[in-house]
Design a protein around this ligand. Sequence first.
Ligand code: DC
Length: 217
Amino acid sequence: MKQTQIAIDGPAGAGKSTVAKLLSKQLNFIYIDTGAMYRAITLKALELNINLEDESKFTFIDNTRFEFINSKLYMDDLDVSEEIRTSEVAKNVSLVSSHLLVREKLVKMQQVMAENLNVVMDGRDIGYVVLPNAKYKYYITASIKERAKRRHLDNLDRGIKSDLSKIEAEIEKRDHFDSNRLHNPLKQAKDAILIDTSDLSITEVVKFIAEKIREDE
Ligand code: DC
């Protein structure tokens, strides 16, 4: 069988992980949420109580195992999908994901995970670093206001306490940090298709991408 890779990048809260998850279900592809991996490493670093500023302390990644099953992330055989969404992790993940050593190790793991599989992978650097040869590349974005509103509603849905203006400030700060860091910043690959979801529903975006892929394959 011919392998198909779909790379989806974009800023926090633009709807890319919802799009990627639904798309993977419709096409029967494996969904790899790379943001969840950076969050999980941050969670483990917090549990190990290491100095998050010191990238040499992150060698523990070599002994960490990841697996995606039904869009859930298992780290060392434990489902961490909920735990990685806490504000403690959200606050520290930009710092952790800015370390070159962390990125090199996770990018390698992500490339190995995507080998010989039909995958939908989402993140910040998928189209131009992790899967530069992916056949389909999308850059999904939306206005900061819209993104903050969505994350807020999502938090309320999950029963997590939420403050809209705080989220807006947090997203703005994270965008700035993620786009300006030295190693693999958030960036649209030259050959990626830009989709602004501010005025589009998730269903419309998924339909647009899925139709294109079904037409070709
Ligand atoms: O997609 P997310 O919000 O769960 O991502 C969490 C953090 O991980 C975000 O601050 C950026 C970082 N990240 C990254 O640097 N590279 C990726 N490929 C995915 C996420």
